[in-house]
Every structure is written in C-alpha cells, then in structure tokens.
Ligand binder design. Structure first.
Ligand SMILES: [Zn+2]
Length: 167
C-alpha cells in the first residue's frame, strides 16, 4: 500500500498528509479547549463541527491558491496535478483528521471523551508521522515523534485557553 502512495503525484500526497495532520492537530486543540470551557455536550459537538468544516474549507482554498501560484511559476512542467483535486484532497483529509477527536466527544461523556480524544489524536499523529517518514524516506520514528510533539503542544494550548476562559 505504501508503494502505491509513493507513486501518487507528490502534490496530492503532500496535501493529503498535511490535511490529515492539520485536521488532527487543530481539531484536537478545539475539542479539548471547548470541552474544558463549557459543559454542554451539544455545544462542544456543534463548535467542533463548525470549526472543522470552516477550517477544512479554508485550508482547501489556501491549498488551491498557493498551488496555483506554484504552477504559474513552474517552468519545469512537473506540475501536472489538478488544482481542484489537490484542494479536494486537502478538504477531505482535514475532515478525516478532524473527525478522530470529534467522534469520542459524540459517543461518550466528559471528561472521558476528552481523554480518549487526546489519546486517539496522539496515536493518530504518531502513525501518520511514521507513514509520512516512510513515504518521504526520512527516519519514520523521528517523523512520528515530531508529529507527536506538535500534537501535544497544540492540545496543551487548547487546554490552557479553555481553562482560562471557562464559563
Ligand atoms: Zn502542483
């Protein structure tokens, strides 16, 4: 399966991996922060779903326009990828990553859901980092640990902000 991924156009691969990673990191921060700040489960779920869909759209738009600029400057002709496909991969990658911390919030009550969301996100980031390292041929474990640390920092920031603005 990893061999197939290597044959995928590298721009698609980049937007897919980046989308999942960013969806996981920022949505976990949002879920943790909001669930500390408010107790109402419906509000936590609503806020997380709003955040994930707005950000997925914004990331897809960003992917489209930044890749468009890259294509316009490209003189080598290696950018044969479609801008729309790249933007869609970013959108769905982000949604997929974002759903990982949201699903436990829907299924179980707090504070267990928050705990499961953080664990699921960190495990997810570790696996993603490992796969990413494997595909781009850098040390998989190093890449896994790197993403794990990024996830921990984002979650901690969410926690602090949620705690400070608790209502
Ligand atoms: Zn391209």
């Amino acid at each position: 399966m990893l061999h197939h991924l290597r044959n995928l156009h590298e721009d698609y691969l980049r937007s897919g991996l980046f989308g999942i990673q960013d969806g996981l990191v920022s949505t976990t921060g949002v879920v943790v922060g909001i669930s500390i700040g408010v107790e109402d489960k419906a509000i936590i779920i609503l806020a997380s779903l709003v955040a994930v869909s707005v950000e997925a759209s914004s990331m897809a738009a960003g992917q489209y326009s930044s890749e468009k600029a890259v294509h316009q400057m490209d003189k080598t002709g290696k950018h044969t990828d479609s801008l729309i496909t790249g933007a869609l991969i970013m959108f769905f990658g982000y949604l997929l990553g974002g759903l990982i911390p949201i699903i436990p919030t829907i299924l179980v009550g707090q504070p267990q859901a928050r705990f499961i969301a953080v664990i699921a996100a960190l495990v997810g980031l570790f696996i993603l980092g490992y796969v990413k390292g494997h595909i781009v041929k850098v040390k998989p474990l190093r890449s896994a640990i790197e993403l794990f640390i990024i996830g921990t920092i984002a979650t901690t920031i969410g926690l602090i902000v949620g705690y400070l603005f608790r209502i």
